[in-house]
Design a protein around this ligand. Sequence first.
Ligand code: RUQ
Ligand code: CUA
Length: 642
Amino acid sequence: MNDLETEDKTTGATGPETLEERRVFLTQMALLGGALVGAGCSPEPKGSSKSPAGPPPAPITKKSHSEPSAHVKPGQLDDYYGFWSGGQSGEVRILGLPSMRELKRIPVFNRCAATGWGATDHSKELLGGRMSGDTHHVHLSYTGGTYDGRYVFVNDKASARLARINCETMEVDKVIDIPNSQGTHGIFPQRHKTGYVFCNAEFRTPHVNDGRDMTDPTKYGAMHTAVDGEEMVVKWQVLVEGNLDLCATDYQGNYSFATCYNSEGGVTLEQMMGADQDHLYVFNLKNCEKAVREGKTIKVGNSPYPVIDARGKDSPYVMRVPVPKSPHGVNVSPDGKYAMCAGKLSPTVSVVQIDKLASAFAGKIKPRDCVVAEPEVGLGPLHTAFDGRGNAYTSIFIDSVMTKWDINKAIQAYKSPDGKTPNPVIQKLDVHYQVGHTNASMSETKDADGKWLMALCKFSKDRFLNVGPLHGENDQLIDISGNEMKLVHDGPTFPEPHDAVIVAKDLIHPKKIQPRTDARFAMYSAWAKEDGVELFKDNRVIRRPDGTVRVYMTSQAPNYGMRDFKVKAGDRVQIILTNQDNVEDLSHGFCMSLHDVNFLVNSRDTNSMTFTAASPGVYWYYCPWFCHALHLEMRGRMIVEA
Ligand code: RUQ
Ligand code: CUA
């Protein structure tokens, strides 16, 4: 056997030939790999009205709409901003939709060589020296049920952090640690105003996690944390026994939600999959705030924040709505009426009617009575999006499909379980492959507009040219403006987007020139004041009492304000560069040869980096951003003396 044949075997290229065969093959692989065979065939959830196969989907009526085109001609602008999490890349990306053109990468929890993020003085302080992160969920700040265009919030699952991006500059302005937490996963801001941002801890740990209770998982718990989204400070936490996965909020400011897939309290896969029922946790915010006001809280470890201990059973603070087997996504419909819990290991979506929750909290009905539908949508439902016309779109991981279903029909079918009501499932569309998150244009707002749907596929397999063992993911764009979902574009992405939100372009207004309002500029103003320097004018070398050499420099295409400067070998050198250019898109930067120093300075921006001057000699610094016909000449010398 030659090398080529071996390679073909390992890539599966000698396997299935036709698209249809490949789908079957991939589904089998997913079933094997995920050990979900049994899960998919789990016993009927209580109250489910249909046989596992279900009646066939209703025929699709011929569409008569004019199709929106995904093609955006050169020079034309997109209709939507897409905010993508970058997963283990630690970043957030901005795409234009429907073109799917990548417009920007915003470094968040990662080290970005292009911009210097993670190594510049201020970003280093924000990140506390940590150079990696795992962004899953991006959500924008809201006012009155829709995006207010001010902030983007994003989680870091790896280090339990929440970051905020300022939409004026599309740069991170705050990063905070979520205390007593591991695996900060689902996050969601409140929607009636920019109030709290809730953060779910997915991993249960001992509380306090200081060496006690390590071998007794029954004592583990997880935190639901309320962060003030304006101030970016933790306000309070709720401690529960189950792990917390995805997060959502209502439109009124009464509740926040968390799916819990491990009511068993297990620490192994088998244990976590044991129970047939898990929960949607519903947090009653008014009651939680009251408890905090009245001091009915505890402190955990050294953390100063009040914690409501709500472990064990239902209370005024938390109610557990039973839903089948390991739910994952929870998404609230644009009319604010329903929270959809995707079953993951159950082929169903549980529809929780939000205005029934108050009665359940009051003990008038059972928590499970809040479930008003449980349509069967396919094997491995994960997340749900909406078109604002009464339809839901659920991503189905194992089947690799998007299932479109009618919310009202699902509710009718649940009420009359004789099967006489029409099947709520309208269409299943193949996606490629193993779709995780989904979202639709403005889907998480009251203004869901039903134009575009994203299927964020975890595998791309054969959809793109082979680029080696690490494949791209495949973010697929689907036209949902008509009766029928239509796949219109394959969007390869670098690992690994988890979630995306699609925002009408009119809601976002970034500045083209640096407004100098973030905390970074307060820091530079303070430094300049200490040193008696004017940032926009002076080019000076200041030796500080602690020995640090601050080099204040300006830039204006194609010159630096300083042709050379002198330091001593081993000096701690801080380059503080201010870009005087007041022209859109005229970025400069600063790269010091052989010193691992390289950072970006946009128009009217100031940025800085600190390094140790190497052994005596001449070192050229230069502008790495192509800024002028004489860009290559934009350089100078650092003279390092013995
Ligand atoms: S999770 S594939 Cu990290 Cu958003 Cu559902
Ligand atoms: Cu400035 Cu190139």
